[in-house]
Design a protein. Sequence first.
Lengths: 192, 336
Amino acid sequence: MGDLGWIFISALLINNFVLAYFLGLCPFLGVSGKLETSFRLGMATVFVMVITALCAWILNTYVLIYAPYLRLISFIVVIASVVQFIEMVIKKLSPALFRSLGIFLPLITTNCAILGLAIFATNKGYGLWEGLVYALGAGLGFTLAIVLMAGLREETELSEVPVLVKGIAFNLIISGILSMAFMGFAGLFSSS
Amino acid sequence: MTQKDPKLLIQPGPQLRQEMTTPVVMRDVWYALTPATLAGIWFFGLGAFLVLLASIAGAVLVEWFFSPQEKRRYFLGDGSAILTGWLLGLTLPPALPMWMAFIGGAVAIGLGKTIWGGLGGNLFNPALVGRAFLLATFPIAMTTWTAPGDFFSIPSSVFALPLMQGEVDALTQASPLGLMKFAHKETGFFDLLFGNTSGSLGETSGLLLILGGVYLWWRRDLDWRIPVGILAAAMVFSSILFLIDPDKYPGPIFSALSGGMLLGAIYMATDPVTSPLTPKGTWIFAIGIGLLVILIRVFGGFPEGMMYAILLMNAVTPLIDRYTQPRVFGRGLDSK
């Protein structure tokens, strides 16, 4: 399997950001109540992650070679401001797209999954295309996880969950079981 | 023409009584599992029986402690806790320490069922939740397979003290799937069919598992689409791989008979609570499991993927149910 394909599958399933790295848990638990909403949040995440990979690559190649110690802070500031700017552009150009994606963009931008993506891509030494594919896989993996979670949560809305665990504890238990199920993908395609 | 004495009997509804209640179905599954279980105990000895008992004990005790008091009697009476512990026990290695099996049973009922609101509320198969927990927690003990041996010799690891690992003094042997994956050695057809190989306690005897499945189908406790769909998808996928490179990939017959394939396809994936409701959804569910099993077995890091495949498709089941809702009768073609 090609390098880019492996990077994609790895970020999508094997090292799923939510279920294997436990990054981005707050939108994962907070916005997974409804299926439609969670899917749109996932799409917004894909969008922000791809922009993040692009920003990280530009920063790493042209700016940070002169000042590597500024990496963390420059990632946060540049990614957040670029996403804010794009949000304004979308609001102006396509109100429909803004209504479906836009409200989630600021929520996602400051999330640990985004910063995690930029740092992982840098540490692994990914180039531009590898970084973009990695971001796409990670974003779609996040979408997959949150959509599955939303389906499970909608299904349990009416069941008699004990009062003791109702709410966030129960959601954490569901995500734990989901994460155990995703362990099955560990080591996929690593031998071939 | 005479009539019996109350000539007209008036009762509140329901007047029709179903014979197929939860306790009846659960007991049917007990009967179906008995031959394969006895074969497992015969091959692996009394130690396997103790492991099975420990797992059932864990399940029943947690059910008793943690289910709501007003429902406790009913939950215990319907036999589902015993069945969950039993199914979990069948998926465990025969030389597993008893305390681990006990914890597995406790987790299966506690995290797999009670917390979801009891029987019918759980979205993941409880027995497999327990097994996934055990495999993540005790990876070495859960993958130490012993060869079938003397009936009365009990491996000392079964009696390991709580929190101890225990020495396995029985003859260890890789399972057929492990042999295939790491040594490319195929186990013989008849050994797989009758169960004279290493492996989990109850998964080795293919013939008896199929027999139990036929009984369940005859009693209408089981949706035939699920086992048929799983086996068909897995065999087609592995045939394609086998045709590409017969030296590297296992053949379809081996794939269908080895590991937990039959146990999972017949007894676990068919759990009516965690599988989809519509026929179309059921096919999607079954084919998904079949493909995922072969994917994990052939390309993944684990030799066996049945448990993960079923758990993953359990997670997709709410979505499948949502998008395969049949058309409402009497409405137009475009209505859901």
